[in-house]
Design a protein. Structure first.
Length: 277
């Protein structure tokens, strides 16, 4: 079967292509595409958490313990938590993922068990959807699909390596990666119960309207675009015709009728009117 180097190399190459596709097709920001590509690359080694060797489990759990508290900060901020409260929430989460999950995986799983299955890939994608809450539905789904796709790339590589082309034979491990049911009935039921529970949480996840213009300028909803265009246009009010005032039949008022009278003219004195002369 392929080793750790093969898995991380192939998943990284697929992650780069996935990031380029998101930037060119949906016009997503560079930071969003780079983060999704990195999540795909790391998800490419996640199925080997049940491996007998400690390299895949140690590297994957260490990365998850560091990155998951930071990814969930946006969700905590939506619920009104302060920076201090988010730090107090993130520190125990790091310790739980770093030192608790490793023990659980080693005790409850066997190699090529239900961790190597299609329901496990769905669970990985759902966990990515619940953790990577960016508030925008397109970006939310884009990151979650990256986690599920990276997980699926690992399973496909395991199935390819199960075919010995040189000797024209199929190995015993063929069919143990891309499967829906495992040999242990209890683990299979637990896997499907966990998948159903995560589907319920994902269905109730609150997100903003699909494809906002801040994240996907090429795929704006046509209805919202029409509403914004109509709102931006100025409403032209038709000018009301002004009618000239109608002439009245009442006679015009004279200055005397208005209370004003012209002052009387005084006679001009002449030299003959002067008594002293």
């Amino acid at each position: 079967m392929p080793g750790f180097q093969t898995h991380i190399t192939v998943s990284t190459a697929v992650g780069i292509g996935y990031a380029v596709w998101g930037g060119t097709q949906y016009d997503l920001p560079f930071s969003t595409c780079a983060l999704a590509g990195g999540l795909l690359a790391i998800a490419g080694v996640m199925p080997d958490l049940d491996s007998d060797t400690g390299v895949p489990a140690r590297e994957t759990i260490g990365f998850a313990a560091a990155i998951v508290p930071m990814l969930i900060f946006n969700k905590l901020q939506v619920y009104g938590l302060t920076i201090e409260q988010m730090v107090l929430f993130g520190a125990p989460m790091y310790l739980l993922i770093r030192y608790g999950l490793g023990t659980i995986f080693k005790s409850a799983n066997v190699h090529r068990g239900m961790f190597h299955s299609i329901p496990a890939a769905v669970i990985a994608g759902l966990i990515g959807y619940l953790v990577c809450d960016s508030g925008a539905h397109l970006v939310h789904t884009y990151k979650a699909f990256a986690v599920g796709l990276g997980y699926l790339v690992h399973l496909i590589l395991d199935e390819i390596w199960s075919v010995d082309v040189k000797n024209a034979r199929v190995k015993k491990s063929f069919g143990t990666a891309l499967k829906f049911f495992g040999e242990n009935t209890g683990n299979t039921m637990m896997t499907y119960c966990l998948m159903t529970l995560l589907l319920m949480f994902a269905a109730n996840e609150r997100t903003q309207p699909v494809t906002p213009t801040a994240f996907a300028r090429r795929h704006v909803d046509t209805t919202m675009q029409a509403i914004r265009e109509n709102a931006s246009k100025s409403v032209e009010v038709p000018a009301t015709p002004t009618t000239p005032p109608k002439a009245t039949d009442s006679p015009a008022l004279s200055p005397a009728d208005n209370g004003w009278q012209r002052p009387k003219a005084t006679s001009r004195r002449t030299r003959l009117d002067d008594p002293w002369r």
